[in-house]
Design a protein around this ligand. Structure first.
Ligand code: COA
Length: 248
């Protein structure tokens, strides 16, 4: 079964997380496919916008915890970090539709999306500290810039989740609707019908003030994240998850 589905129609590439039995947790093969799809979409003039959606009741439970346990050797060449850099450097609009849980990268990737829609069921969480890790994907810069320092610090330090309404108040989510998927498809189609050079130039301008700073933050986070994965704090927390699910 392909765990990342791709479909291209009228200028919109739709990428679907398709591992619902595992809450769409993203494993290494899924990251590789996402990277390949984004790299090809960046230079394919037939693609004018990318829409991220998910199969089943949840957007994604974030990085596959078992991959963290089995492959803790995370560095800048790791596919997870390649995915983050592809998101950060992607020149065309990224749209996401979130339902249910969006954990870890499931929330931080939204900070790189240009339009985010959610159903009322959406729940966001950034449990990096709880897992003995540090924030990734530039979120230690982008999240406080979006929601304010204290709110970001409280959420990151406590690991507490927040719902769709809070996400909207913070500016992480633009629209909450029962029919978020239909609205997401419609807005992606509308963007794809616009003059493409004007769209990509506008995105470049919107990102220009922070782009370099975010690149540096992603690298700094990556170095700390790689070290943290080898720490006792992370090992204990990740093993706890695995043991609870009877996997160890
Ligand atoms: N990695 C691997 N598998 C995961 C996963 C993850 N991040 N999140 C969920 N799954 C799997 C579970 O192992 C379970 O599979 P199983 O039925 O074969 O055992 C299935 O998805 C359903 O998850 P479960 O934990 O039973 O659902 P729940 O409703 O009790 O709890 C969560 C939901 C999101 C609270 C819980 O799954 C969780 O904490 N997941 C980890 C999230 C996380 O920390 N991600 C990394 C962030 S950096």
């Amino acid at each position: 079964m392909n765990e990342i589905l791709s479909a291209q129609k009228e200028g919109v590439l739709t990428l679907t997380f398709n591992r619902p039995a595992k809450m769409n947790a993203i494993n290494l093969a899924m990251y590789s496919e996402l990277v390949a799809q984004l790299r090809s979409a960046a230079t394919n003039s037939e693609v004018r916008a990318v829409l991220f959606v998910a199969e089943g009741p949840h957007f994604t439970a974030g990085n596959d915890i078992f991959d963290f346990l089995e492959n803790p050797g995370v560095d800048m060449d790791a596919v997870g970090f390649q995915f983050i850099f592809e998101l950060h450097n992607f020149p065309k609009p990224l749209i996401a539709v979130v339902q249910g849980s969006a954990v870890g990268i499931g929330t931080t990737m939204l900070l790189h999306c240009d339009v985010v829609l959610a159903t009322p069921t959406a729940v966001f969480s950034l449990p990096f500290v709880t897992l003995g890790l540090v924030p990734e994907a530039g979120s230690s810069y982008l999240f406080p810039a979006l929601v304010g320092y204290q709110r970001a610090a409280e959420i990151l330090f406590t690991g507490k989740s927040f719902d769709a309404q809070a996400g909207k108040e913070m500016g992480l989510v633009g629209t909450i609707a029962q029919d978020a998927l239909e609205q997401g498809i419609a807005v992606a189609a509308q963007i794809a019908s616009q003059p493409p050079t004007a769209v990509t130039n506008t995105k470049a301008l919107l990102k220009s003030a922070s782009h370099h700073a975010v690149t540096e933050v992603i690298k700094a986070e990556g170095a700390l994240f790689g070290m943290a994965l080898h720490s006792d704090e992370a090992r204990d927390a990740l093993m706890k998850f695995a043991k609870r699910r009877g996997a160890l």
